[in-house]
Design a protein around this ligand. Structure first.
Ligand code: DP6
Length: 315
């Protein structure tokens, strides 16, 4: 039996929309850059048990037996599963499908556990490509640190300990499953948003600036790009037709509160994926102030930048 733990990653430069003609392979229309969070707090743990059989796959998610999803089948098709029975058991220690990147950690954990359990020994590039087939953003959870995904290439651009003072607070405002699954939502944006034609160029420009801010550990530039990116994602969603909206009143109140806290000096930055749960970046020295400022909005989980997935059992 193999047990693999994979972390979530939070995109600073967001992936939103697939390249025309490559939708089924989840090739993104624009480059993205994310931070992999540590696996001490938020992770998917996936056990894979292989025995002789005729290709059956049993799948339990959060202790409930279910049919393997279409995405999982795509991933499984890249592994030699015939004449075997595969039992996959996956648990998220955080809300599933609530815009907290559970598909990223889930698919990354699945691919890495299958690779070990079936002895395929794929190299990093292949593992990223298979994870991407499951869910685009999952390819960035294969690595730790700061990870850039551009077309077929996924690479760590800075290690996890490059900026040790950086912290990410997860602020859970609503653990319910999202109303607009990202795959169909981003497709609606690509097909209907007039603003979307600007997206790729903006993401490319911002990625350059973001990398500079990380390299120089310039929190104020990092924070500005981070918040502008989040806002642009949600503006694109609202510009889609019919409109897509992930943010709730609490999420907007968090945004206002952070801009208030930043009035004199930038100490915090928010970013939201496809859900109302906030990811708040700050430096260690401002943690107390930021926590105090956000008290009352919901459960807070404090994370650091992490080293990426680990295999915890190889029995
Ligand atoms: C807002 O990776 O979930 O989190 O490739 O269709 O599975 P699919 O989409 P998914 O989309 C993630 C969108 C995002 C931004 C990001 O993680 O870059």
């Amino acid at each position: 039996m193999i047990i693999c733990r994979a972390p979530i990653n939070i995109a600073i430069i967001k992936y939103w929309g697939k390249l025309e003609g490559f939708e089924s392979e989840n090739v993104a229309n624009n480059p993205s850059l994310s931070v992999t969070l540590d696996i001490d707090h938020v992770f998917t743990e996936t056990k894979v048990h292989v025995s002789p059989g005729d290709g059956q796959v049993l799948f339990k998610l959060n202790n409930t037996l279910q049919e393997p999803t279409k995405r999982m089948k795509k991933v499984l098709s890249k592994f030699p599963t015939h004449e075997k029975k595969i039992f996959i058991e996956s648990v998220n220690n955080f809300p599933t499908g609530a815009g907290m990147a559970s598909s990223a950690s889930g698919m990354a954990a699945l691919v890495l556990a299958l690779d070990k359990a079936l002895n395929t020994n794929y190299e990093g590039k292949a593992l990223c490509e298979i994870a991407r087939l499951g869910s685009g953003s999952a390819c960035r959870s294969v690595y730790g640190g700061f990870v850039e995904w551009n077309g077929n290439s996924v690479e760590q651009v800075f290690t996890a300990n490059h900026w040790p003072e950086l912290r990410c607070l997860l602020l859970i405002t609503n653990g319910e499953e999202k109303r607009f699954p990202s795959t169909t939502a981003m497709q609606t944006t690509v097909e209907t948003s007039d603003l979307y034609s600007l997206r790729r160029e903006i993401a490319i420009k911002r990625i350059g600036c973001l990398k500079r801010s990380i390299e120089e550990k310039d929190f104020s530039s990092f924070a500005k790009i981070c918040m502008q990116e989040s806002n642009q994602l949600h503006a694109l969603c609202l510009d889609s037709f019919p409109p897509i909206h992930y943010l709730n009143d609490k999420a907007f109140a968090i945004m206002d509160r952070i801009h208030e806290m930043n009035r004199e000096c930038t100490i915090a930055a928010y970013t939201f994926d496809a859900g109302p749960n906030a990811f708040i970046f700050c430096l260690e020295e401002n943690l107390f102030k930021v926590r105090e400022g956000l008290r009352g909005f919901g459960e807070m989980i404090e994370c650091r930048v992490g080293d990426g997935p680990i295999v915890t059992c190889t029995d």
